[in-house]
Design a protein around this ligand. Structure first.
Ligand SMILES: *Cc1c(COP(=O)(O)O)cnc(C)c1O
Length: 410
């Protein structure tokens, strides 16, 4: 089965939350307590999510992509604004910037496969408004270094936490470091409702704007729906009660999932220490990462490719659509110009084009990296092989020894 760890642990809890909603017959997120059996699962999910992650506010959305759009809209990022984003990420990080009519500026990743803080400053221009660090493959970014740069240049930080639900950096959950953050509940993420997402923030004004953007400009919980009280043009990215019910049950399993994955990953790693030609991906927080994947970094791309062939996988650079080189929707296209603009767009003095191999360091690091699944089984991430959250000690040993033998024979 492919999917994230959450999808492997569905059980009575999800069924119960879901049945509450089905039996009530009322599936819309807004209602009145005690009326029509309203179960307020979405509202409960938001409250529990904020409290679990240590955030002041959360807004449930229909996807992580939607959550990113809400983050950008909340910050007022739009026409002509530049946002620095890594070239190794899911395309939604980049497309949400383009669809906000802003300009993604692609940055290199280092050997943690997250944005390289030492490569950010040369990308900053007078138009730069924000940095979007992506906590990729469950691994928090080097937030200390990124925060320092953002502060120095007066830039916003939008944390893309879609692949790192519940991860922490230096004891604090991701999403608390920047101004605003996006989470995903897609099937391939840490916890899942099939699809879904959330915005998190500690800022009252950004919360109100993000909420408004996700629901036609309304104030939180649709207080102030009266004419004259809506301050922002919004969309409909609302979560419904069915998704809210499953999300709530999954959220309550988050810490169990993370603890289980960390334990299983440590067991798998034991079989692979001290091997020639390979090391583990640098982790910016060893204890706080999600442990959804084990990423092996070979000394050269050739070794990674040979290793990949043996396990039926490909180096990250060639596996799916998480590397800018594989984003044909963006490559050889121009942003910041009228031609690529959805509607009513000015022409800016600076245009940016995206080309294959424009980020050599990212090409090198993703070319020599191979993902082994621990909790996220996803060919699109290159992690079709490995273990899952249900794997027994015997299975982990078998996979570990197999990988060890292959590496020793490379
Ligand atoms: C999955 C993902 C998204 C988008 O989330 P969806 O819920 O699929 O819309 C955004 N950014 C990253 C890094 C992701 O992995």
């Amino acid at each position: 089965m492919a999917g994230g760890p959450g999808s492997y642990v569905f059980g009575e809890e999800e069924r119960k939350e879901l049945m509450d909603v089905i039996e009530s017959g009322y599936l819309f997120r807004y209602g009145t307590e005690g009326v029509d059996g309203f179960q307020h699962k979405v509202a409960s999910f938001e409250t529990e999510l904020a409290s679990k992650l240590g955030l002041k506010h959360a807004v449930a959305t229909s996807s992580g992509t939607g959550a990113l759009l809400c983050c950008l809209a909340a910050l007022g990022i739009g026409a002509g604004d530049e946002v620095i984003v890594p070239g190794y990420t899911f395309i939604a990080s980049i497309s949400s910037i383009i669809l906000s009519n802003a300009i993604p500026v692609l940055a290199e990743v280092d050997d943690s496969l997250t944005i390289d803080p030492t490569r950010i400053e040369p990308l900053i221009t007078s138009r730069t408004r924000a940095i979007m660090p992506v906590h990729m493959l469950g691994n928090p970014c080097d937030m200390d270094a990124i925060l320092k740069i953002a502060k120095k240049h007066n830039l916003y930080i939008i944390e893309d936490c879609c692949q790192a639900f519940g991860a922490s950096y230096k004891g604090k959950r991701v999403g608390n470091f920047g101004d605003i953050a996006a989470y995903s509940l897609n099937v391939f993420k840490t916890i899942t409702a099939g699809d879904g997402g959330a915005v998190g923030t500690n800022d009252d004004m950004l919360y109100e704007r993000a909420f408004g953007f996700h629901d036609q400009g309304h104030k939180p919980s649709r207080m102030g729906v009266e004419v004259g009280n809506r301050s922002i043009i919004g969309m409909n990215m609302r979560m419904n009660e069915l998704t809210g019910a499953v999300s709530l049950a999954q959220l309550r399993k988050l810490d169990m999932i993370l603890a289980t994955l960390r334990e299983k990953k440590a067991k798998l790693k034991k079989h692979l220490t001290g091997l020639p030609n390979v090391s583990f991906r640098k982790l910016n927080d060893e204890e706080g990462e999600c442990a959804t994947l084990l990423t092996l970094m070979f000394d050269t791309p050739e070794l990674a490719e040979r290793f990949g062939e043996k396990i039926g996988a490909k180096p990250i650079a060639y596996s799916g659509w998480h590397v800018y080189n594989n984003m044909e929707q963006v490559l050889n296209k121009v942003t910041g110009a009228a031609a690529n603009c959805p509607y009513n767009c000015p022409r800016f003095e600076v245009e940016r084009e995206y080309h294959k191999h424009m980020l050599p360091q990212t090409d090198f690091n993703t070319g020599r990296a191979v993902n082994i699944s621990v909790g996220v089984v996803d060919k699109g991430l290159g992690s079709g092989f490995g273990i899952n959250i249900k794997s027994t000690d015997a299975e982990i040993e078998q996979v570990g020894e197999k990988l060890r033998a292959i590496i020793l024979a490379l």
